[in-house]
Every structure is written in structure tokens, then in C-alpha cells.
Design a protein around this ligand. Structure first.
Ligand SMILES: [Zn+2]
Length: 302
């Protein structure tokens, strides 16, 4: 579930509070979390400073001089920074609650930094993975993932989006936005939000879009991320949006609630294998004409 905004919140917390600090110890509670070559273990990071943190789509990496950690939080991973020497931060899946005493029974890894700062990776479903590799191999490893441009990066241009969609003409829009080879970072929440902002039905085929609609979808992705990234992401718990911040998220987790644009009830349907929320009125499958929305509410309370 953690998507670009949630992983970016973790990256920012780590960048601001942990980069430059030296790792003094660690505890690996769930050994299967780590994937590594035979000659590399987490012992390699002890007594070394965290040099850098980076992100591409939903992938996050930490670089210590002898070892890089490539992290994917998958469905329910959560990263919490705490300790007396940092303000603290939390990002990722909202379960367990961020103020839970750590380690939690689902905590997989703790990394300790001098003088008293800790990074906890907790994952209630146990799908998250941390790949260890020499830092020099990180660029090639990332290239091998064949990710599309990060949705929040300057590389995600309108031209790149049009070109990538042109190679997926028979794909439904929801599946296209979930495809990390087209654009990296969107998942179930922000794909739904982008399609609602663009007023496009999630089951429409890429080939049915006009140039204007493709462009509208591109800018809708930017608009959604512009709201979600500063918030650290939407809060979706047990399939429900809680609590709404302003009106965000607009549709995801809001089945049965009125659309804030037109008042019709938000529907939920399985599209591309994922529970998909949309407004059948302003995201019509058969009438691609844009509906006016002069009463679109303010996005987020300042
Ligand atoms: Zn609507």
C-alpha cells in the first residue's frame, strides 16, 4: 500500500534526521526480510555513517560506504524514526499506529544510530524486503527493474507519458497507472485519485483517449501528488479513508459517500484486480466529455 507519497515521507525523514549519523548496531527480528549475496550481511553497516538516502517510485535505498540497502515496503511496510536525539518521523502503512511502542510483534528490523536514534521497519504482512548490495551495484540494479520515470521527478514529462501510453494501447487506464514501467510510484490510491481528478473512467482503454485526455491525466497525476506528498500520503485504514484532510482523498476509500464534485455516490469495483473507487457520473465510461466543476472544493485546508 505505501506509494510514492508515503515512501517520499520516509525518505525525507531519513534525509533530515538520520543521514550523517553512524550506525552503531542493529537487530534483525525477521531474517527473511533481508535478501543478500553470501558474502554480505547487515554487519557491514555497523560503525559506518549513513551517507545518503534515495527513492525511485516505491523503492527506497540507504547507502552506507560498504553496503546499500534497497527497500520495498510492499503492502504494509512502515518506517519509524525515533530516539532522544531526533524529532522522529513515521511513514508508510498506518498499522500498527505510529505511536505504538516499538519493537512491535511485526517489527522486522531496527537500525541504531549514534547517539540515540533508531529506524524501525515494521510490516504486519511480512512482504517487505531489504536487498543488500555493494553501493556500486545499485545503479545497475535499479536499471534492471526497468521502472518508468518517477512520477514526482522532472524525468516524468508529458512526452514520456504519451510515449509510454502509446505502447499500452489495449490497457485499461487503471492498469496503465499501476504499471511501474509506465510511471513509477503510483499504486491503488493515487491511480484512483488521478483518474477522478482527470474525470476519466478507470476501465477505459488507453487507445480510447484523445490527446487532450492523455494530457489531462498527466496533469492530474501532478495535482494529486502535489497534495499528497506534503501530507505524507492519504490515510486509508481497513478500506476506508480516515480522517479526510480537506477533501483528500477524493474517491479512494469513500465508497457510498457523495462525490465532492457532483454529489453522486462513489462506487467501488474491481478493475485490474484491485478495488477501484470512482464516480460513475463525472468519470463516465461512455461520455468522455469533461463535465464542468465550478464548485470543486478547496483541495486541502492550509
Ligand atoms: Zn462525481
Amino acid at each position: 500500500m505505501p506509494e510514492l507519497p508515503e515512501v517520499e515521507a520516509a525518505r525525507r525523514g531519513i534525509a533530515e534526521q538520520l543521514v550523517g549519523r553512524t550506525c552503531i548496531s542493529y537487530e534483525l527480528y525477521r531474517p527473511r526480510l533481508v535478501v543478500a549475496p553470501p558474502d554480505l550481511t547487515l554487519d557491514a553497516i555497523v560503525d559506518h555513517p549513513l551517507q545518503a538516502v534515495g527513492r525511485w517510485g516505491k523503492y527506497l535505498w540507504l547507502i552506507f560506504p560498504p553496503c546499500a540497502l534497497l527497500i520495498h515496503l510492499k503492502l504494509t511496510g512502515q518506517l519509524v524514526g525515533c530516539g532522544t536525539s531526533i524529532p522522529g518521523f513515521a511513514a508508510g502503512h498506518p498499522v500498527p499506529p505510529y505511536n505504538t511502542s516499538l519493537p512491535h510483534k511485526s517489527t522486522a528490523l531496527r537500525i541504531d544510530f549514534a547517539p540515540d536514534a533508531h529506524l524501525y521497519l515494521t510490516d504486519v504482512r511480512h512482504f517487505a524486503r531489504v536487498q543488500l548490495l555493494p553501493p556500486a551495484e545499485l545503479p545497475a540494479t535499479l536499471r534492471a527493474l526497468r521502472l518508468g520515470p518517477d512520477a514526482a521527478s522532472p524525468d516524468f514529462t508529458l512526452e514520456a507519458f504519451h510515449a509510454a501510453l502509446a505502447r499500452r494501447r489495449g490497457t485499461r487506464l487503471k492498469a496503465a497507472l499501476l504499471d511501474q514501467h509506465i510511471v513509477a510510484g503510483l499504486g491503488n490510491i493515487y491511480a484512483d485519485e488521478s483518474l477522478w481528478v482527470a474525470q476519466l473512467h478507470p476501465e477505459r482503454l488507453v487507445m480510447s483517449l484523445t490527446d487532450d485526455e492523455r494530457t489531462r491525466l498527466y496533469w492530474a497525476i501532478h495535482e494529486v501528488l502535489k497534495i499528497a506528498v506534503p501530507l505524507g500520503g492519504a490515510k486509508i485504514l481497513h478500506g476506508r479513508a480516515v480522517p479526510p484532510v480537506g477533501e483528500f482523498p477524493y474517491v479512494h476509500g469513500r465508497a457510498g459517500q457523495p462525490c465532492v464534485r457532483c454529489g453522486s455516490l462513489i462506487r467501488k469495483r474491481t478493475v485490474a484486480g484491485r478495488g477501484t473507487y470512482f464516480c460513475a457520473c463525472c468519470q463516465s465510461a461512455s461520455e468522455p466529455a469533461l463535465k464542468p466543476s465550478p464548485e470543486l472544493p478547496a483541495r486541502v485546508a492550509p
